[in-house]
Design a protein around this ligand. Structure first.
Ligand code: BMA
Length: 309
């Protein structure tokens, strides 16, 4: 049995399901909302810049895309300046009755991360740009720690391997106490860079965090998914990181597309039967889903783990 069972009708969304012209549908965030699943996904427009669309589902497998995009680059204020080249790779966290949406904001100043909120997935309000350049992949924990929001992110660096950091905030605007907590491992599937993937999922044994790792080959980079377990009370402590990847590009829709050999996750949804739905973009072109058992993922982190740093 594979660890992650791919849904038999993958991909669950493609550009053909979108009622406006796009080149891709990928790297979608997913959350349960009322009795439904909401997906906010990234699409490349035909000019190569990205916007965020929205789709709904009753079962988490079969999605219908709304007529209009959910978020496009802002036309006002500071967001206008920093979102000029597009917005990418959303993540959704439900915390204290608000759905927080983080996304990468691209402009001539580099890439930084924005945060917005919604309570109904109809209107959305931008809160702040929460990093300077060059950061991507912010995921927010769905609980506070000692009254502080916590996030994982991945700064770019010229002199250090691209690693996962943690920061805290009292108000979602001001962030600090930053610390590097997990690094790529040399001559390992994630040796080139790692970054946060899905917002962490709570289990009895710790917070499960699906991250992406990249390996450089003669044929370009390969994006795979890995799994780490963080301490329940102190998420800066990593209990274990699975040595093996949990998913790699294997199906045709993951191997070939806008960017070859990519599985990239921005969402994991915990179900009542202790299974977890994992969502990922295939080859930066389509959206896919699979299911895994929570216990299997936890066990992978605890047995046969590699050092976090
Ligand atoms: C990363 C980001 C992701 C993308 C991945 C693979 O740097 O741009 O959005 O899925 O590369 O192309």
């Amino acid at each position: 049995m594979p660890l992650i069972k791919r849904y038999k009708n993958n991909p669950v969304l493609t550009k053909h399901d979108v009622p406006y012209p796009v080149a891709t549908v990928h790297n979608g965030a997913v959350s349960k909302y009322m009795d439904r699943y909401i997906m906010i996904f990234r699409s490349h427009l035909l000019n190569g810049r990205s916007i965020l669309g929205i789709a709904e589902s009753e079962d988490g497998f079969s999605f219908k895309v709304r007529e209009r995009p959910f978020m496009v680059p802002s036309k006002v204020g500071i967001f206008k300046e920093y979102e000029e080249y597009g917005i990418e790779d959303p993540r959704i966290t439900l915390i204290e009755n608000e759905y927080l949406i983080t996304y990468s904001a691209y402009s001539s100043h580099g890439v930084r991360v924005g945060i917005a909120k919604t309570t109904d997935f109809k209107s959305v309000e931008r809160i702040s740009l929460i990093t300077e350049a060059d950061y991507r992949n912010v995921v927010i924990f769905p609980e506070k720690f000692n009254g502080f929001y916590a996030r994982l992110d991945r700064p770019h660096s010229e002199i250090a391997p691209w690693s996962i950091w943690i920061s805290y905030s009292p108000d979602l605007k001001f962030w600090g106490e930053s610390k590097r907590i997990m690094a790529p491992m040399q001559y390992h599937w994630d040796e080139m860079k790692i970054g946060p993937g899905a917002p962490p999922v709570k289990t009895d044994k710790g917070w499960l965090h699906i991250y992406h790792g990249v390996f450089s080959t003669m044929d370009g980079s390969v994006y795979r998914l890995g799994i780490a377990l963080h301490d329940l009370k102190d998420p800066s402590k990593i209990i274990g990181v699975a040595d093996n990847w949990i998913l790699q590009p294997e199906e045709p829709y993951e191997v070939t597309g806008y960017v070859h050999n990519v599985v990239f996750s921005c969402a994991a949804v915990k179900e009542e039967n202790d299974s977890i739905k994992i969502y990922w973009g295939g080859a930066d072109s389509v959206m896919c889903v699979g299911t895994a058992l929570e216990d299997d993922l936890v066990e992978m982190c605890l047995k046969n783990s590699r050092p976090a740093l």
